[in-house]
Design a protein around this ligand. Structure first.
Ligand code: F6R
Length: 261
């Protein structure tokens, strides 16, 4: 696992945007797993800037939503599809037909989960999966106690997560759906490169438990310790609980050129 500690969330966005750019440059049909929430916003803003000002092209690329709410009407502003269209896909010229997500309207959600798994497989899997981390250690919406081998399925959010996400629903916790469809932990682990972004001191404890604590379903993000290619990008505040902080910094400073990402 590579831990990159940066000075502020904008810098985190630059590091992650570089990873996206390398995938775009090296693959004909790159596939990206895209997270919502606050953590990836500087990355999406930087990618949009590069698209507009430097001609960065997403032609041939596809994106897959990491998760989606259940129970919101079609076109609801709280839907993650709407969110990603607004903060990322629309800005980089990724058309709606190449933005995939679990079908949560008009079909049974369990059938939609299986179909979504097949969709990802048909695309050849995910090259770069962008992740945030919940205060309780979740990745996607795999809450504590999720099976570390789980596939895309319906989950129930914890009260803590609903409270965290109320900010996207006008501060109203009751408006945050209780149920979601999320890529499973096993699904996420099949992506070729996992990139986790954590910023702000509110992430310090969960990040330390995920990176340096024991592997446990109590902290779903700790499963990243089992993946062969993980980049964690954290700002100083989020990294402040890491015991090996100085080692990570020294490693990144001395990173050889041949180790491209
Ligand atoms: C979002 C997602 C969640 C968030 C996590 C952190 O699609 O699956 O795991 O990444 O809750 O959210 P923020 O970035 O808002 O702190």
């Amino acid at each position: 696992m590579e831990v990159v500690v940066v000075d502020g969330e904008e810098k985190a966005g630059l590091v992650v945007a570089d990873i996206f750019c390398r995938a775009l440059a090296s693959r004909e049909r790159p596939t990206f797993g895209v997270a919502t929430g606050g953590s990836p916003l500087p990355t999406y803003a930087e990618l949009i800037r590069r698209h507009r000002e430097e001609g960065l092209s997403f032609a041939g690329a596809s994106a897959f939503l990491l998760d989606e709410y259940l129970g919101l009407s079609e076109g609801h502003p709280g839907l993650y599809r709407t969110f990603i269209e607004e903060v990322f896909a629309g800005g980089v010229g990724l058309p709606a037909e190449r933005l995939f997500g679990p079908q949560v309207h008009g079909v049974r959600a369990d059938a939609a989960c299986a179909e979504y798994e097949e969709r990802i497989e048909r695309a050849g899997g995910i090259d770069v999966q962008l992740l945030g981390i919940g205060g309780d250690g979740h990745i996607g919406f795999n809450e504590p106690s999720s099976s570390l081998a789980s596939r895309t399925r319906i989950k129930t959010l914890t009260q803590e997560t609903r409270e965290d996400n109320a900010r996207f629903f006008g501060g109203d916790v009751e408006a945050v759906p209780m149920h979601v469809v999320t890529m499973g932990i096993g699904t996420i682990m099949e992506a070729r490169h996992l990139v986790l972004v954590a910023t702000g001191e509110g992430k310090a404890e969960c990040l330390a438990r995920a990176i340096e604590g024991p592997l446990t379903a109590r902290v779903p993000a700790s499963v990243l310790q089992m993946h062969p290619h993980v980049t964690v990008v954290a700002d100083e505040a989020a990294a402040s609980g890491l015991e090996l902080l100085e080692y990570y910094k020294e490693t990144y400073r001395g990173k050889p050129d041949w180790q491209s990402c």
